[in-house]
Structure formats: C-alpha cells, structure tokens
Design a protein around this ligand. Structure first.
Ligand SMILES: [Zn+2]
Length: 236
C-alpha cells in the first residue's frame, strides 16, 4: 500500500501532488516480468502440491563436430534452471538438477550422417550417459530448430533466439528449455502468442488443461525416482 499524501502537501503544492500521482500511476502500470520476485501468477497462488522432477543436464562436447560442442558452463545451467523453475512454478512442478555432466558426442557412421536432424543428433548422444529416472536435457551449439524433444531426449542449442512478446521472459535459453520440457511432459504446440507452447516466442504461460496434463507426467517421474531410491536402499 502507498502512504496517503498529506492533505497539506496536496493543498499547498498542487504541482508536487500531481507529479507524485503520476509517478505512482507509472509504478503501478509497469508490467511485471519473470525476474520480478514479486510477480506471482494467480495459478501459482492456488498452491498446487509441488512435484519434483530430477534432471540430468548434458553439456555436450565434441572436437569432431563443432555444432555439437556447447560453450555453456555449470553456472549458466544453474541460472537457466532457476528461471525454468520460475516458469514451471505456475504448474507446481520443480526441476531438480541431479547432475551436470560433460557428455562426449559419438562420431556417426556415414550412413547415420545422412539421417534427418533429430535422428542424427539423438544418435550422437551415448545412451549409457542418460539417466533412466530423470529428464535428460542436452545442450549443443547448433541444430536447425532452437531445440527439440525426440524419443525421450531434450536437445537445446545454446545459440537459440526467440521473438519477444509482451510479458515474455528476458532470455531465450530458459524459455526454450521450458518449452521442450513441456513437450517431454506430453504438451503439444498451441500457437497463442504469449504462452509457453507457442513456437519461437518468449511467452511462458500455461492454461489449466496444460497444467493438469504436464503434472500427470511429472508425477510419474517423481514416482519412478522414489521407486529407484527404494530399490537402491534395499540393495544395500
Ligand atoms: Zn515445440
């Protein structure tokens, strides 16, 4: 709440009073973005029970294929997932980084090199490096789209760029990562300018149906993680 303007000020200094009012109106009308800690989505306020999904982040390395070599660092990953978690808070889903690993891209056979982009990039990620009970998010340098979800694997290029929309997020990588996570949690594209599942924009809102569907898949990740932990305990 703003403190009331003393009547003495408004009477004696009408110009000052008008200026103060103008400042208060401007402050009240500034759009609240993702980086404003006071920004609260109405859906987040509904206090959905938080589902925690583990994530293994692969910083893909490759001397043979420069397009596969990310230059991102661990601190970039932590910054990006800080914002991913702000986006997904509206659905009550939290992504916990299980590990950040350097994953060496495999060299493909000439045969595989001819396959389409998704199949080719997917084949370059060694399956032994993937976590069975976590989402696997791989950062590379350059693929045709900003990112994709294919056959259980999320791939995001660290050179991603987006079209800015009103109220959108302030940098591309958290949005592209959040969007591909949306696909991994069963969501399809919805071409509404300011939402998370629109293609190529900075928007990040989810509707109630998307929240419900994504939470259904997120709950399975949480259950499989719990089952994995129980198994590990009993084998000790
Ligand atoms: Zn998409």
């Amino acid at each position: 709440m703003t403190p009331p303007i003393p009547p003495a000020v408004s009477r004696r200094h009408p110009g000052v009073f008008r200026a103060l009012c103008a400042v208060l109106i401007v402050i009240a009308s500034v759009p609240r973005g993702i980086c404003d800690p006071a920004a609260k989505d109405a859906k987040a306020e509904a206090k959905l029970p938080v589902l925690t999904v583990p994530v293994r982040v692969h910083l893909v390395q490759s001397k043979a294929t420069p397009a596969m070599q990310t230059t991102m660092t661990d601190s970039d990953v932590r910054r990006i997932f800080g914002k991913v978690n702000m986006v997904w808070a509206q659905a009550g889903v939290h992504f916990q980084i299980e590990s950040i690993v350097r994953t060496e891209a495999a060299v493909l056979s000439p045969e595989m090199e001819k396959k389409d982009e998704f199949v080719r990039v997917h084949a370059m990620i060694p399956k032994a490096s993937l976590a069975a009970t976590a989402l696997n998010v791989c950062y590379v340098k350059e693929v045709k789209p900003n990112g994709f979800f294919h056959n259980g694997l999320i791939v995001v290029k660290d050179t991603a760029s987006l079209r800015a929309v009103e109220g959108g997020i302030d940098e591309p990588l958290p949005r592209v990562t959040s969007h591909e996570i949306g696909h991994a949690l069963s969501l399809s594209h919805r071409q509404d300018r300011t939402n998370l599942m629109a293609s190529g924009t900075t928007g990040f809102s989810l509707n109630d149906a998307e929240i419900q569907a994504a939470r259904g898949v997120a709950a399975k990740f949480q259950q499989s993680k719990a089952a994995g932990a129980a198994q590990a305990d009993s084998s000790k």
